[in-house]
Design a binder for this molecule. Sequence first.
Ligand code: NAD
Length: 355
Amino acid sequence: MSISEFVYNGRGSRVVFGSGALVHVGREMRELNVRRALILSGRDQAKLVESVATELGAAAAGVFDRATMHVPASIVAEARAVAVSLEADCLIAIGGGSAIGLAKAIALESGLPIIAMPTIYAGSEMTPIYGITDAGMKRTGTDSRVLPRIVVYDPDVTLTLPIALSVTSGINAMAHAAEGLYARDANPLTSLMAEEGIAALARSLPRIVAQADDRAARADALYGAWLCGAVLGSVGMALHHKLCHTLGGSFNLPHAETHTVVLPHALVYNADAAPAAMQRIARALKHDSAAKGLYALARESGAPVALKALGMDESQLDHAADIACTNAYWNPRPLERQAIRALLQDAFEGKAPTR
Ligand code: NAD
């Protein structure tokens, strides 16, 4: 590899990793010099929230357990009011993109520091990107105030993640790393993290499929998810993320599953324009092709491989291709509507990549 000019943006999160790490949340609050935490989560994380609140004692000022997908503005307003009434001086987000997204929306206005404890592999905890949905429109943006100051990765809290969601969420994480490898602003450090992140998930997901409570595999997968999330937080994404954003936002398809289906096809589209990235992805997958390797991983793990299996209607593909070509954005291969429409057809049918 030849090294040329680059810019590397180091992000300032402190990362605490390890089995049982949730007991360190109180210590981490002291690290931030804060005393009154508002814990944010979805309802299904009740048991975990209770453990953390018990661990914190009086430092747990309150719990808001109605974090919802896409971060609705009405929920944000309610949670902000709770934070004010409790005089919270920090936010602890327990869960995935929904809980962490809610914490970010509160921090955006209040500047309260966030401690994130991810329970899934989506990667939101490592990014300064936020999104709030109001009247059906999702407003997204980047602001350093919303980047969690501390991230506590405890693989034990992922043991309850269902196998199917572990696989699709893991491949969602790999998508950040794959696009990070051909990002316009890729640099040697994010590329190292990306390749290692893909490798960690590629070797751990089949073990999780075989045995959901394999603790070593869970730790390896969460380690991979951290690296992939760090890539997402550092460099720009391209066609694959735009397609998934379009399919999720305009056609209401499920987030992680859509990433899983689309990724091999987005890589085929970009293969000739980014051969070095494809080689690194393939090497991490221990396969001779990036796209074929990811398709095989999904298929062998029982994950969906076709958009039609996610409830998409074939009549929507033209509109999806149109949206994906609007608001020009950078991609290693220029955006060609006809080829993107063909990519979507292949993804719709779940065709195996041939290269
Ligand atoms: P999510 O937080 O809604 O979680 C998905 C599902 O997994 C939920 O039903 C949740 O209850 C369940 N779950 C999570 N952890 C679990 C566990 N340990 N055991 C059992 N069930 C568990 O969604 P997500 O997949 O984490 O994130 C998707 C959302 O986050 C999307 O809206 C996406 O746009 C956003 N996102 C944002 C960023 C960012 O940088 N801002 C990054 C990634 C994703």
